[in-house]
Design a protein around this ligand. Structure first.
Ligand code: FAD
Length: 358
């Protein structure tokens, strides 16, 4: 499959009010990309590539360029999804010409199977997923697992000619949950994913981990996220057990010159895991000791205690935990004036209500 910097595709979409739709599209895309007005339309620059939008009296012309098959496919999908949502009238069927025009699979999707499982700690189960590892490199941290209905032949998503994704529905509906790639074993064509077994849940992610048999199918979309900036010298990692795989993977990749302060909240000492790294580590495990996950202020309290330390310049903060805990951490660091660019704080799960299905 191609990996190039100049893969391009074009689509011309007849519309009643092309200029108005272009303006709306540009405004929407500015939430995630850099948008520059041009004489004839707009230039969109994102981490996946660029798009040039131009409007005439009767149609909107979109030219997408991507750094790879995957990037181009994402560009086409994003443009098409937003266009269809933002146009006043029904958008007539349109197709992309150019690179991969006749391709209907998603280059960032892999159909994989469960190749094995092992218990890491009492509440953490590792599954080995085997298949095509295309696009899963050392930098991509997370994937979206697509879990098909048990015992049913899976129907996977594919791309329409206009770039949008077609999701299976009804009895074929997939459950989608985000997980971290804990490790990659290229020789075996495998990734390892560590699942928290949260006992009160009947969530599809947790259930899949508990019941998976060798050969069970699972879809893997992505990757997303990224490893921390290699030039920072100091790192602060805060997280509960759902972020433990991400923290472990990031810390393992740090160079010997790095200093990492790590605070991880787990149920009890049996849930602790060794984390090996060339970096200098200050690692403390925080125990809930019977309190339910997502209900403590252990991480925020730990962050407050650390505030007096001389962090120096180039501190990067990563945090992953329950949504309300993540919000509290964001407010904590914002109140202390830390540069937003140095903060990567994410809600990994929700105490109230489950993650969304597709
Ligand atoms: C970027 C990212 C990376 C992630 N990486 C991992 C990972 O490597 N390993 C991992 O296990 N999780 C990871 N998560 C978190 C995981 O996606 C959520 O925990 C998800 O909700 C699990 O789905 P589920 O189907 O088991 O439960 P859901 O159907 O989403 O939820 C069902 C019920 O379980 C509760 N619940 C969900 N998760 C937990 C939990 N951890 N503890 C207690 N109760 C819970 C919910 O509040 C709900 O009541 C990650 C999330 C993100 C955003």
């Amino acid at each position: 499959m191609a990996e190039s910097s100049d893969l391009a595709a074009e689509a011309v979409v007849p519309l009643a009010a092309p200029h108005a739709v272009l303006a709306r599209l540009a405004r929407r895309l500015a939430e995630h990309a850099t948008v520059t007005e041009t004489v004839v339309g707009a230039l969109i620059e994102s981490k996946f590539g660029t798009a040039r939008l131009t409007a005439s009296a009767t149609c909107l012309r979109m030219r997408a360029e991507g750094h790879s098959d995957t990037a181009l496919s994402v560009m086409k999908m994003v443009l098409a999804e937003h266009l269809v949502e933002l146009a006043d009238d029904a958008v007539p069927d349109f197709t992309w010409t150019g690179h991969d025009a006749s391709r209907h699979d998603l280059p960032y999707f892999r159909a994989m199977i469960v190749a094995g499982a092992e218990q890491v700690t009492p509440h953490m189960r590792r599954l080995f997923l085997q298949g095509d590892l295309y696009g899963l490199d050392q930098d991509g941290l997370h994937v979206r697992l697509l879990i098909p209905p048990k015992g049913r032949r899976p129907v996977w998503p594919h791309a329409r000619a206009d770039g949008r994704i077609v999701w299976p529905s009804g009895a074929d509906r997939l459950a989608a949950r985000v997980y971290t790639i804990r490790g990659i074993e290229r020789a075996k064509r495998q990734i390892a994913v560590d699942f928290v077994l949260h006992p009160e849940s009947s969530g599809p992610g947790c259930r899949f981990a508990q019941t998976a048999q060798r050969g069970d199918p699972v879809g893997v979309m992505g990757p997303g996220g990224g490893m921390p900036d290699a030039v920072a010298g100091r790192y602060l990692f805060l997280g509960d057990e759902t972020a433990l795989p991400a923290i472990a993977r990031m810390v393992e990749a740090l160079p010997a010159s790095a200093h990492a302060t790590i605070r991880i909240e787990v149920g009890d000492p049996d849930e602790e895991q060794p984390i090996a790294s060339a970096a200098v580590l200050d690692l403390v495990w925080l125990h809930r000791n019977g309190r339910p996950p997502g209900t403590t202020s252990l991480l925020e309290d730990a962050a407050a205690v650390l505030d007096g330390s001389a962090w120096g310049t180039g501190l990067q903060v990563f945090a992953g935990c329950e949504h309300s805990q993540a919000r509290a951490l964001r407010q904590h660091f914002a109140a202390r004036g830390l540069d937003r660019k140095a903060l990567n704080i994410a809600g990994y799960w929700r105490q109230s209500g489950q993650a969304e299905d597709i």
